[in-house]
Design a binder for this molecule. Structure first.
Ligand SMILES: *[C@@H]1O[C@H](CO)[C@@H](O)[C@H](O)[C@H]1NC(C)=O
Ligand SMILES: *[C@@H]1O[C@H](CO)[C@@H](O)[C@H](O)[C@H]1NC(C)=O
Ligand SMILES: *[C@@H]1O[C@H](CO)[C@@H](O)[C@H](O)[C@H]1NC(C)=O
Ligand SMILES: *[C@@H]1O[C@H](CO)[C@@H](O)[C@H](O)[C@H]1NC(C)=O
Length: 366
């Protein structure tokens, strides 16, 4: 019997565009996660996912990431959080105000995410849209449907969370939460965040200041046990630039420790502490700034008992650090070359090996 006709044709079309070696037997980068309910696994989230520091914006300090959604998703990030705002009639991704940081229109970001999801057919992705201005869900739904994200959207049936495998099987692999303004009659898959999720505090001012207490929604604030809501652990902190102006900048110099399993405030200990205080539950989200720094996927894999990652492309090197390092190497190289030339001019002895060493050290960074 020829069973090929039983396989959906669409899957062949999609698989053809997938990255070489893409293994659709894995759900969210591991076959072992296919049988796990959505709310029983720990998922890595990117805080302000769309606000990306790049050389083009001089690594602007009001942005919270170093890589775009495509690279975040390929590296294993499964929750993309971002703010949406109305600006001159269009819906945009802006940080507090479009005058502070403007990451462009929402439809472009949606197209990027839809493009990635189509070429990665066994991945379940979650969007958390912070909708302070209460942009009407009907308006958002149009953008979801036009981008192709609407067709992938998951609508809960009220019987608890399905497994990742079930969501992949039905091709309803996109969970979307709105922080405010949801209206499930107008848009059934744009879910009211706080009917499903609780968050720990989102304004923390040092690596030793994280708390496992619920902060939102109001009904559970100050409590530790909030079942059945899914916990979202805010795992970033701010440096205070001006207390008076409430000017806070996300700390980016400590993120490789913060997003790791060593040192004060590290992610692994933070997750373990909270899960213990929540009665040993294993699922939830961790929301990180500079999610490329440290080793957050290793931490998340360990919690999820994943020993081998499938379909994962590690983050490239942090571009700002690489640039700073290159600049430093170059400056050091030049100052040493200058010292050597001065010595030579003043009649001092310069060994050939010194030139070779210094040349080797700085030439590559010019
Ligand atoms: C995402 O970023 C990478 C480099 O960091 C770039 O090559 C790629 O074009 C970007 N993708 C989109 C959709 O902007
Ligand atoms: C998958 O689709 C079937 C048929 O429409 C439905 O009964 C089932 O609840 C769906 N499962 C999920 C996880 O959405
Ligand atoms: C970031 O936080 C670390 C740890 O508290 C601190 O040592 C460092 O000075 C902070 N960075 C900035 C730029 O304030
Ligand atoms: C990982 O293993 C622990 C200990 O057996 C278990 O409590 C937890 O639920 C597992 N996590 C997942 C995602 O299967």
């Amino acid at each position: 019997m020829n069973f090929l006709h039983l396989l959906p044709l669409a899957l062949f079309a999609l698989a053809a565009e997938s990255p070489p070696g893409y293994d659709a037997a894995a759900c969210n980068q591991s076959p072992s996660l296919c049988t796990k309910p959505y709310n029983s696994i720990l998922q890595l989230g990117a805080h302000n996912s769309a606000f990306v520091r790049t050389a083009a914006n001089s690594y602007q300090s009001s942005a919270n990431q170093y890589f775009n959604a495509t690279i975040q998703l390929s590296a294993g990030v499964r929750l993309l959080q971002s703010q949406i705002h109305l600006d001159k009639g269009s819906i945009k991704l802006c940080h507090t105000s479009c005058l502070i940081f403007d990451a462009g229109t929402l439809d472009v970001w949606f197209a990027e995410i839809a493009g990635w999801m189509k070429t990665h057919p066994s991945e379940v992705v979650t969007l958390l849209l912070v909708n302070d201005e209460k942009i009407p869900p009907a308006q958002l739904k149009t953008l979801f449907d036009n981008s192709g994200l609407g067709a992938l959207a998951f609508t809960p049936s009220g019987t608890g969370w399905p497994t990742l495998g079930e969501m992949v099987g039905n091709d309803t692999r996109l969970v979307t939460f709105l922080s405010e303004g949801a209206d499930v009659k107008a848009a059934p898959y744009l879910l009211p965040e706080f009917d499903y999720v609780f968050e720990t505090p989102f304004e923390t001012f040092g690596p030793d200041k994280f708390s496992c207490m619920a902060d939102r929604p109001g009904g559970v604030a100050g409590k530790e046990s909030t079942t059945p809501l899914i916990p979202l652990m805010n795992r970033f902190f701010y440096d205070v630039i001006s207390e008076q102006l409430k000017l806070y900048i996300s700390n980016s110099t400590y993120s490789s420790t913060l997003n790791s399993d060593q040192g004060v405030g590290n992610l692994a200990d933070g997750v373990a502490t909270c899960q213990k205080s929540w009665g040993g539950r294993s699922g939830g989200y961790v929301l990180l700034d500079f999610v490329n720094d440290g080793s957050p996927m290793a931490v998340v894999d360990r919690v999820n008992n994943v020993t081998k990652a499938y379909n994962r492309a590690e983050f490239p090197e942090n571009p700002e650090k690489a640039q700073a390092q290159a600049k430093q190497d170059k400056e050091m190289g030049w100052s040493r070359i200058e010292k050597l030339s001065t010595r030579a001019r003043e009649g001092g002895e310069v060994k050939a090996a010194e030139w070779v060493f210094y040349a080797g050290n700085w030439a590559g960074s010019l």
